[in-house]
Ligand binder design. Sequence first.
Ligand code: FAD
Length: 337
Amino acid sequence: QEQALRTILGMERARITRYGYAVEYDALDPNELLRTLESRRIAGVFFGGQVNGTSGYEEAAGQGIVAGVNAAARARGTSPLILERSDSFIGVMIDDLVSMPFDEPYRMLSSRAEYRLLLRGETADARMLGKARDLGVIPPERATEVDIEQSVIERTLAALERTWVGANQRHASCLSRHGIQPAGRSQAALELVRRPEVSLESVLNALEELRLWEAERPTGLALARSEIAAKYGAFIAKEQKAARQQVASESMRVPTGLDFDDVRGMRIEARQKLNSATPETVGHARRTPGVTSTDIGALLIHLAAMRSPSSPGPMERSSPSPPAHGDPHVVIRRPMR
Ligand SMILES: Cc1cc2nc3c(=O)[nH]c(=O)nc-3n(C[C@H](O)[C@H](O)[C@H](O)COP(=O)(O)OP(=O)(O)OC[C@H]3O[C@@H](n4cnc5c(N)ncnc54)[C@H](O)[C@@H]3O)c2cc1C
């Protein structure tokens, strides 16, 4: 370090009198937590923040709100707050924390999320509104603001879809005045906005001049969100569909006490990994290192067979243990450390 320091202009003769320090801290293994951030070992105790092996301000704050809301929900006997990977970055972080092997401080990188098109910053209010309202953690006035903004966006998109611009001279010259290349045929205003070089604002200006715009004009964030929704709507819809399919299988519960050795077609390595990881859901099983999508395919077939009344076989072979604490879906299999 001394040599490196002395390469800096003006520090050629510098001497280090005291070295910087390394920051070390103890953390619990976050695999011991439920997705509510409640301890699996001690029911009613919730952990949030660096103590769960994360590093960072946002990571700590994100867990803090989930742990706090869930502690309150538990005390009040109301439904818990469980965030999905497809509805928030906090959902991705907590799901990773409780299901992935823990060997180094966890940082929330946006690349960890599968559905980044859905988790855009400007949609956070709208994405969280339903859950926040159910839990009573959003002031009614704020909820109303978000509702209003959302309906302005929906009305804007609907109006863009039903408002057509003709291929006539009057419409063409108006579009040109607003910097929009006229099309050789009539088309919905939505199609104009979808052109990469055309802004929603310029389309609205042209439509107003042509007296074709009758809806309320969006401003501020509603304008920006309407534009994104119009331009990328098809991609967003595709990702929403994929997320719905994923959520359906992700959140499918793996029966407590399931013996993965019974899953036909699953590789031995995956059976061993899953028997020791005891995943709560198919999503957790999917993210267990050493488990491939083929193994998950075998697991899904096995779970479907267990649900089918004509094939009770696998159910009979497994012997579910009684729940060790409040959550009936979780049984601690690991030795206490
Ligand atoms: C030098 C340094 C630089 C950093 N820079 C960044 C950065 O640039 N960006 C970033 O995102 N993150 C940074 N971090 C990481 C970030 O600061 C932490 O991960 C985050 O602040 C942790 O927040 P927390 O609330 O979980 O824990 P803390 O902020 O550590 O809060 C825990 C609190 O609990 C209190 N406490 C402990 N034991 C008890 C007890 N028994 N009873 C009562 N209270 C107790 C402590 O006094 C403390 O106030 C940095 C960390 C360090 C050390």
